[in-house]
Design a protein around this ligand. Structure first.
Ligand SMILES: Cc1cc2nc3c(=O)[nH]c(=O)nc-3n(C[C@H](O)[C@H](O)[C@H](O)COP(=O)(O)OP(=O)(O)OC[C@H]3O[C@@H](n4cnc5c(N)ncnc54)[C@H](O)[C@@H]3O)c2cc1C
Length: 298
């Protein structure tokens, strides 16, 4: 059983290759240019082309898959790789399984459906199936040592239509490493004003944790970067401790945090659904509870 791995970021490439080595003896990474480094049984290098965008490598990757016929292709679900995966699947007549939460040795995938309200189990049966596996899904598996046995060049195939970059704008970098954090303080709409984030930062600092949030805090209020919201359409994390503050606990959020080892929630409503997912719950006004916690841990 061969698995090919495609990722845009170093962190995902390392994590996905390590995770793939737990379910297959043959892990092969596809690397464009020479920016990313990884340990895999085989590394396929596609030479970087001047002015080429990532999407311009779609034909080259599709031809490699067609030639090598790996059973599974694990892809980091970035916006650009989602597009590329769809195009490759159409070109090769194969399947893409998205939003994968678990991937087993026999290539059975559990994936979120209906916006995270249900989990469906699917078995990979078509040849060269593409699975989109996000951060944290394969992370908990221990790393099996694999060495680079061979490095092989891949011929670049000129795409029929090239994308033309007309401008380049640096995106503000988000320094937080939520998937790697041991403690995550998650905030929701129970926070009344943006200035109250100061209090959250104090708590996170005292607990040596990172701050995540619900989607409305990032997308509607824009108080936190989009990269920090947790859930079905955001990040999936598995910290030692997750502290949910002023979060109702809708399934679209909890699928992103329910792998946490310990969940502690603070909500003023006793009936808030988050308490059903929590190991410990504090029913109370966060504006009274948090100062006490900061005083205790600070
Ligand atoms: C297709 C789809 C995808 C989605 N994807 C995501 C996703 O990836 N991630 C995500 O987070 N959401 C997602 N959502 C949105 C999700 O359904 C919820 O609307 C959202 O998670 C709710 O955010 P919240 O808990 O911050 O706000 P609310 O649901 O408004 O909850 C606020 C909570 O704060 C409590 N509260 C208020 N004041 C206080 C106080 N002073 N002290 C203590 N508690 C207080 C309230 O009792 C309430 O429980 C998605 C929705 C859809 C339809």
């Amino acid at each position: 059983m061969r698995i090919m791995v495609l990722a845009e970021t170093q962190k995902a490439l390392t994590e996905l290759c390590a995770g793939a080595s737990q379910i297959s003896p043959q892990v092969e990474a596809v690397i464009i240019g020479d920016q990313l480094k990884v340990v895999a049984d085989t590394i396929w290098y596609i030479p970087a082309q001047e002015y080429a965008m990532l999407e311009d490598y779609t034909e080259s990757i599709a031809a490699l898959i067609k030639q090598e016929k790996p059973e599974l292709i694990i892809v980091e679900p970035t916006k650009r790789y989602k597009l590329i995966a769809g195009r490759i699947a159409a070109m090769l007549g194969t399947t893409v399984i998205t939003d994968v939460l678990e991937l087993e040795k026999d290539f059975v995938a559990k994936r979120m459906v209906y916006g995270g309200t249900a989990i469906r189990t699917e078995k990979v049966v078509s040849g060269s199936t593409i699975v989109m596996v996000g951060s944290g899904v394969l992370q908990s598996k221990s790393v099996t040592e694999v060495t680079v046995r061979e490095e092989r060049p891949v011929q670049f195939i000129e795409p029929k239509i090239r994308l033309k970059r007309i401008a380049r704008e640096e995106k503000e970098r988000v320094a937080v490493d939520l998937p790697g954090a041991k403690v995550v303080v998650g905030i929701g709409r129970g926070i009344a004003e943006q200035k109250d984030l100061e209090m959250i930062k104090q708590l996170a600092l005292a607990l040596k944790g990172e701050i995540g949030c619900t989607r409305p805090i990032a997308e509607a209020e824009k108080w936190m970067p989009k990269e920090t919201y947790l859930g079905v359409s955001g990040l999936i994390i598995a910290p030692e401790v997750y502290i949910a503050i002023g979060i109702s606990g809708q399934i679209q959020h909890t699928v992103g945090i329910n792998r946490s080892k310990l969940i502690v929630s603070i909500n003023k409503e006793k009936s808030a659904p988050i308490f059903k997912q929590s190991d410990y719950g504090i029913v109370g006004d966060l504006y009274k509870v948090l100062p006490a916690l900061i005083k205790h841990f600070g």
